[in-house]
Design a binder for this molecule. Sequence first.
Ligand code: ADP
Ligand code: ZN
Ligand code: ZN
Length: 742
Amino acid sequence: MLYADVIVNIVHEKLDKSFQYKVPERLQGTLRLGSCVMIPFGTGNRLIKGYCVGLGDKCKIDPSKIKEIAEIVQNDAGDEGRSVALAAWIKENYGSTMIQALKTVLPMRKSVKKLERRTIVRKATKEELISMLGESQRKHQVAKARLLEALLEEETIPYEWVTSKLGVSAQAIGSLERLGALRIDSTTAFRDPVKVRAEGEEKKILSADQDKIIHDVLEDFDGGIHKTYLIHGITGSGKTEVYVRLVEGMVKRGRQVIMLIPEIALTYQTLLRFYRRFGNRVSVMNSTLSAGEKYDQCERAKAGEIDVIIGPRSALFTPFPNLGLIIMDEEHEASYKSEGTPKYHARETAEKLAELSGASLVLGSATPSVEAYYRALQGEYGLFRLKDRLTGGALPDVGIVDLREELRAGNRSIFSRKLQELLADRLSKGEQAMLFLNRRGYAGFVSCRSCGLVIKCPHCDVSLSEHGGNKLICHYCGYGIPKPAVCPSCGSKYVLGFKAGTEQIEEKLKELFPGVRTLRMDRDTTGTKDSYETILSAFANQEADVLIGTQMIVKGHDFPNVTLVGVLAADLSLGISDYRSGERTFQLLTQAVGRAGRGDKPGVAVIQTYQPDHYAVLAAAAQDYESFYQEEILYRELGGYPPVHHLLAVQTFSPDERAGERLASYMAGKVREYAKVHKIQMLGPSAATIGRINDVYRFVLYFKAEDYRKLVEIKDQLENYLSEERIAQENVQFDFDPMNFL
Ligand code: ADP
Ligand code: ZN
Ligand code: ZN
């Protein structure tokens, strides 16, 4: 006997309400999860449409009351059917329940709270604004000047944007209000999170390379060819302009566009370009929107009120009636992979969605993921290159400094002699510098220099890090204690932090250059939502000479006054045993180096490293993606790593260490034979790299195979085992082609 769970109401909130039906024998071979079915419903047995979300051999209701599925609806091409099909694909390829997958795909309905929104409206004439602008430029009031410039271009600007994206303080706005430059309007019932007047921007003449991309993609589209394209082009090479024109082309064809962008890279300038071209036919989805506002955006999309949505990963699930194009900018970003179950990757999911919708997919990046480039070279994706920076601004001069040599020459400082020299020069000229600490895989742990004791978090298997000189905290669970004055084990006074974090760099810099104005950006200084923007804006306002930070500082804003970038220890991320560490190092270094010299003044970058010959370091210094890729793909081939082969990580979670380990071994036992027969390599089970977080123990099993389908088969077998043994799904997580080794 086969029974199916059927849902009849395809909305987020009703998904847990399913009805069980018997599957008649004639349908048993064809019915699948996600199939659209007709079922007799209610006392009148009226036939209604539903979707199959579960299959099993146990009858959960009174067997005399169970009804049979009437038929399977073939070719269910409606919006609902497409969402369910996408969810079924996600469930199948990443591992989760059908309900979890549907919840990922369907927007959550929440009543929309009418928030009060403020808008800044231009009040003075343009001439008056220009004279105020001159005045504030003379007084070096950079923030005010920026707002005045924006007001010269736009009549109304959302208040939030001015404070967060333009980095203008409430005081500065208030003072311009008193001067009569602007007025602040309050509106409620605000459906559109952003309002900027659409204004015909004068059209640029496209370069031949840009023109070819637009032409080819649209020609394919019109010829019924919907495929995936990768645009490889450095920052400033005109990718965004291409996106804008492609959107225009789609709008002309009556189709809609989803544009994915890592939230951190969503700048005011980029948004403005889309608003100028498409006015209120474009909308933005980001984390500052409430659930109600997000739902509202989905309703507007369904109703055909907007043509373009711009947003992070989850914007992929905007329910457009006639989707024509998905754009994925900075496709290499790790944030495109979901962190919770199902652990889907937006790139592959976008490909599936495009296929279901008859849409094209355009990926863009300055440093493409090895996956995307591999597929492009295999001919699976169309490949385009944009080689030149269109706005001038030469690429920076890059120097590599061998830190081992510095030590041999007697320099024990964290700044090489070359970097010190350049810093002194920039400070004397009033130019700005950025210092970048590659902290990935590096724990600023504290140890006793006498007995070697490392102080660890009592809830997680990680060492505590030092903060503010007198506190130790855990980065995973937030646990904190005052730093002990003496070693708890041997009583020695020498309990010290190991190596330099951003705080120590700041201290050392101040010792070296008394009076230097610094800003620091890392996980600790960006606790609140706005602090990220606040720090970057302060730096853009030239309130500091040097910005010190972790990988967070390499993205987003352009700083025209930055003429020096120093990477303090390029190879810290190369040390970790993770197949993506070379790729990540290359991407981070390339981005970091590219921060110098965005304005009129040429820039210089210094990469300090212990591995000056590593291909990722050399290729980043030369800004040479191709040579990086050639080395990297060789390594992936030899190691059997993605994208050449595929990996599946299966992780167990348990508050009981033994129970967690036992579950992992049982699962390994279940599929050992299958893996052997099908030449699937199995590794583990073993404790995860961080074996315990928040008192939950983690074990991990790895499977490696050339064929992704075989790994899906392993996952299916393990899911069956879990459901037979009634082991809750939350105890196990599947991760295909993981972003990190677990
Ligand atoms: P990317 O997205 O690759 O960083 P953009 O599209 O933002 O590149 O272009 C970089 C700069 O060059 C922008 O200021 C843009 O306005 C300008 N630009 C883009 N295309 C052209 C063009 N065809 N002619 C002149 N300027 C252009
Ligand atoms: Zn000790
Ligand atoms: Zn902890």
